[in-house]
Design a protein around this ligand. Sequence first.
Ligand SMILES: [Zn+2]
Length: 275
Amino acid sequence: MITGPGGSGGPSARRTPPGPPASSFARWTSPQAEGGPTLIVPVGSLEQHGPHLPLDTDSVIAVAAATSAAELLTAGGEYVAVAPVVAYGASGEHQDFAGTVSIGRDVLTAVLIEIGRSVGTWTTRLVFVNAHGGNGAAVRDAVRLLRAESRDVSWVAAGVPGGDAHAGHVETSMMLHLRPASVHMDRAVRGTGGAIEQLLPALREGGVRAVSPTGVLGDPRTADAQDGARLCGLIAHDVADRIRHGCVDDAGLLTAPARETVASPQPPGVPAGSR
Ligand SMILES: [Zn+2]
């Protein structure tokens, strides 16, 4: 039976039992999962992120967003757990670049559906935290179908509204905060600027290579760890707020609570044209 995130008996009614940390779910024993936590599943990718960021950037960001959000929810008394990341995504648009390993939209959709059906036998609520835009269609399709099967499944995007699109200031800053040893700032080059909406037609037609020879959309040269920490904090609070208070829209997305104000995604001093 479905109990929507805002419904009676919903997640806010669950309280944290004494037990293992939410982030170590894979090391729980089966009896420890019997209480039916809200399960948060990060969804990432393994794809090129320019000459300076690692292939697993989206997975690192998805895990960080899910884990930090879970810590906030746990501190507020919610009973949550973070599952291991879905580390392969739909990355066909990056396939012209070495290192990209894509399982495509259809397979990712099927993987997410089967995850939902499986966990639905022992817990009542599942939230996907997606950090790769190219996964969006698969996540939406899977969540819609699972909800049509009367399951309490939804998703959130671990991203910054208005931020640059790929391997630019936003992702590079977050990686400088989360895993600096994997970031090669000496190789960072300015990529193609402009709004992703304007690039999308050419990107869909010819992939990322058609709009950016380096694979970078945005400008990573302005990145810094301090801003990365700020951006990670914004995302964690946004994800936690949506899980705690959000409503589910037609695409299965948890919407931001109305009281939330969205902070500026760009730090001072970043030229508008570099987004
Ligand atoms: Zn990325």
